[in-house]
Design a protein around this ligand. Structure first.
Ligand code: GNR
Ligand code: NI
Length: 188
């Protein structure tokens, strides 16, 4: 397992259209493992293969819900004791995903993207949809999506077409976002 470098705007690789996966081999499993490690490290709730420079139709998602009923874990580091809820991992892999039946109802969600760091903006998308996808063994599945999972899946699907969430903004808002990012980078 390895953490891979996440490409950021304006890297032209992010604009590439990703190709379908045709071979379900060990190299694909390694890519997916590395994508999870990279996503958890970032941290983020989703990652498309193109974000680590691989133009294949592969997505990973983990909304990482905290289990409200779980026993808090007590941490003690640097002599400072605190508690936090353990994270339940719910890793999901979508290979060659297709969106079906997007709802007419739309939801606005404040999105961010690991390839557009520290920029957040409202994006409107269909509230629910179905997804048809393959798993790591090549088996096909279909599933209904709603809430943050539907939003995140559609954000990741956009990456497969070379589209970033800022591409959904007006030109003015997109330019403001990119200028803010430039300013943050200069300050860093
Ligand atoms: O970590 C992420 N958070 C997020 C928040 C709202 C909508 C979409 C996302 S996905 C993003 C990680 C990422 O860039 N995936 O491509
Ligand atoms: Ni993204």
């Amino acid at each position: 397992m390895a953490i891979r470098e996440i490409l950021e705007v304006p890297d032209p690789v992010l604009k590439q259209v990703s190709k379908p996966v045709e071979v379900f081999d060990d190299a694909l499993k390694t890519l997916v493992e590395d994508m999870f490690e990279t996503m958890y490290d970032a941290p983020g709730i989703g990652l498309a293969a193109i974000q680590v420079g691989v133009p294949l139709r592969v997505l990973v998602i983990d909304l990482q819900p905290d289990d409200p009923d779980a026993e808090p874990e007590v941490c003690n580091h640097g002599g400072h004791q605190h508690t936090h809820q353990p994270t339940i991992r719910e890793p999901r892999v979508f290979i060659n995903p297709e969106i079906l039946d997007p709802s007419e109802e739309h939801t606005v969600y404040q999105e961010g993207c690991l390839s557009v760091p520290e920029i957040y903006a409202d994006v409107e998308r269909p509230s629910t949809c179905r997804v048809r996808y393959q798993d790591l063994d090549g088996a096909t599945h279909e599933e209904a999506m709603d809430g943050l999972l539907a939003t995140c899946l559609q954000h990741e699907m956009d990456h497969l077409e070379g589209i970033l969430f800022i591409d959904h903004l007006s030109r003015l808002k997109r330019q403001m976002a990119l200028r803010k990012l430039e300013k943050l980078r200069r300050a860093a």
